[in-house]
Ligand binder design. Sequence first.
Ligand code: ZN
Length: 686
Amino acid sequence: MKSLWNDEDAKSMVDHYAKEGATSDVALRIYTSRLLGGDPSLALHGGGNTSVKTTLPDLMGDDCEVICVKGSGWDLVDIEPAGLPALRLEPLKRFIELDRLSDEDMVNAQRGQLLNSNSPNPSVETFLHAFLPAKFVDHTHSSSVLAVTDQPDGTEICVEIFGERAPVVPYVMPGFALAKLAAKTHADNPNSEGLILLKHGIFSYGADAREAYDRMISLVSIAESRIEAAHQKSFVPANLPVRVADVASVAPIIRGAIAQIVDDEEGLWRRQILEFRTSEIILAYVNGSDLARYSQVGVITPDHTIRTKNWPLIVPVSAVGDLDGFAAAARAAVTTFVDDYHAYFQRYNTTAQSKTELDPMPRVLLVPGLGLFGAGKSAKDAKIAADIAENTISVITAAEGIGRYQPAAEADMFEIEYWSLEQAKLGTGAEAPLARHVAAVTGGGSGIGAATVAAFAAQGAEVAVLDKDGDAAQLVANRIGSNALAITCDVTDRLSVDRAFAEICRTFGGLDILVSIAGAAWQGRIGEVADEALRASFELNFFAHQHVAQAATAIFRTQSTGGVLLFNASKQAVNPSPDFGPYGLPKAATMFLSRQYALDYGVEGIRSNAVNADRIRTGMLDDAFIAKRAHARGLSPKAYMREGNLLKREVNASDVANAFVNLALARKTTGAVITVDGGNIAAALR
Ligand code: ZN
């Protein structure tokens, strides 16, 4: 492992933060924290923490000796001064005289020394940083260090390779007790450069930012050399079918299997979003004949349990052509997993203050022949679980190369999983109404479609934006965030539709809501219209809706967790305008299509509803068309748009989008048509 320290970068960081009023100590603390956080083999998703002891003025202008330490909820890779809350150092150091300190007292003691009471909670490892005398202290969960410590003889290996440079601290749960033990180990070895925390990670320290950072790199390199020197044995592959089913077919089965019914009567499910990963390294691992042993002994470092649980679920291999068999086996495996999780909770929940069991569903799923899935309440959480799973695989692969992987004991992992200070990292805010849902919007690149994408994303859904114009879809997806998926899709082409829905399953694991919007207005007097025009309109305004509804329904049925179909009908379906037959006819059929789906699939919890919108400026009607129509009636375009509108309020794309959201949330409504037109009595349903 190479040091990435660069004098120029360090200096420009100091100059940059000087403008924001931060001292060079804090700026350099940020610089090396980001160097560490930028390497996933050192720190992943909030793992690791850093500190600097320095002087800052308090509100009276008096210089104050403080420790700036990483705040809870911050990531090293993009840390800012606000993520390094300052605490008065001397009062913290005095706590070393205590034999023990409860979690509540520890949090309170830390918060009590904050210079700024609005700061985030300082790291649970703050006392450890404070008790070490060095100015700069760095802590990571280095993959290579974990591979050498997570061994039955981890202590012996570490004593041998690190010697006096980094003495070993036996495993103790993070918090006050670990801080005291680490301080004592350092006091016994005052010339050390760091500490190896058995089955947890590594600390390094130094007089300046560079020394602490370079020592981290140097110590981690020792572990890397030990791994390289080991006789690398690869996993012995298990006997697998030659052809395994593809990810797009397997994902909705798994997603359905790990969804929990919360309220059967209400049709309420607790779903998860999936993130698929595969690579040569992942495949060698999941295909190993000994997978059931090395994958099930526990996480590589304790704080991963809050993201991945202590062990992943192994899903039986999925041979091509036997998806039904796979589904049955996957559901049985999930049932066993849940039973095991209940038993694990019962085994360790013996403390006086009894705890509440967390949801028992897996967060990581290993599928031999295919790869792994991360699972979570959002695409972001699923990615975090998948990142940790990939990192876990590289550590266990290295650990098995050295000897035999053996992490901290299960009881220790339970303590961390159910530690209030760890759970606090995940946050407890209420979830958005459509969190845990995947929505696909056709015609999502513009007008009503783009507004609908934004409306569903605002309610917490993961959204796939489908449009014939891939660039337009990408622009809309970019606007709602990095997890949105843009797909170029011609909804009149069945193959294109099938490809798009397979991509949705590969990306999110499945689908819960379809909003079928893509359409266009054909015109012509019905007695004179060309067959080609009428057929073209039917292709887009009827058959395309049927293509996407069929594709979505197939996924809904595979998941067995219900589903929502939403169609963009039109007032033309019930209140035809002159010369709009080619548009109104297929739209009438589409409105009927919505009801047919409601009728045929209600029994499976699949709802189907439609919106009748009218006079949407950004919808089917372009400005030139509106101007022409308005002119023919002797009206201004604005007056034309409000004509026959009882409320005299212009209808916008976002009004239609909100109607779709409301129908998605209306769990007792199916077969309905909602009108969004400001009140056009001639278009009222009868
Ligand atoms: Zn740690």
